[in-house]
Design a protein around this ligand. Sequence first.
Ligand code: ADP
Length: 302
Amino acid sequence: DLMVIGSANIDLVVSLPKIPKNGETVLGGNFLEVFGGKGANQAMAGHRAGGDIGFICKLGNDRYGNDLQSYFTKTGLPQEFFLKDNHTPTGIAQIFVSEKGDNAIGVASGANMTLSPADLAPFIPIISTAKVLLMQLEIPLETVTYAAELALKNGVKVILNPAPAKDLTEALCKNLWLLTPNKVEAEFLGETPITNLTEAETAAQNIRAKGIENVLITLGDQGCLLHTENLTKHYPTFPVAAVDTTAAGDVFNGALAQGITQGWCLAEAIPFAMAAAALSTTKLGAQTSIPSLGEIERFLEQ
Ligand code: ADP
């Protein structure tokens, strides 16, 4: 019912006293290997929020690819959507985290960037009959554009989380039902700085003028701003004791898409997504901090 097409990575996280400078070696680190990639995080967030998810991604035929595949399968994502590239390694992110909480991240996209429009051929029937298609920009733009066109033609609502930000073509924008940039991405796409809600609205208008039906800017602990043809509305965030906001946006997008898939309107799906994202900031990590449907429902009842 909800299709997600996107990236899957292994995050190689090294915690250090400080981030190494050019030419420097810093000792004293701990190492952690975790499952990541915006596509995988968002698919897992939709799945945990109660969704029936098909997650299409491309892995390498290597140890990391096998690790990801068995992890996804164990958590209940259907296997038939995992593609393998025999010539390109699985995507990895090398992450340095300092004691102060700063980070530096290098990504080798690997097989994520070989996910081509032709690779989607076996999945055309299932994409065409989905309720919602959710994508990000860690796979080739031409694949995102192709899938969005196929989806819209068949009446599927297309949600694009434009992360990491890059210029969007007209051909892509006209097929999008909803774009969900965060503040930094909205500043880039809306070509204006955002320091308050008025400026966020200006950015949202500029982005919507590209031919996108609805724009929803997430603003971290300031909540989010929805801009549609008929209304502009700010949703303040749920106050929580946040300890790690990594992947808050991913959890937000996965839960939001799941809400829309259930037939909810944006006014219903946004608070659900904000609750899921707020909960995720109260725990460390990305995949490890994704709340379940029960947790989200209990939080909303409080
Ligand atoms: P990204 O992780 O992509 O940068 P944001 O930081 O904008 O995305 O966060 C996405 C959503 O997560 C926000 O719209 C908000 O609902 C929720 N959120 C983020 N940070 C907090 C926080 N400190 N407290 C509560 N909710 C938060």
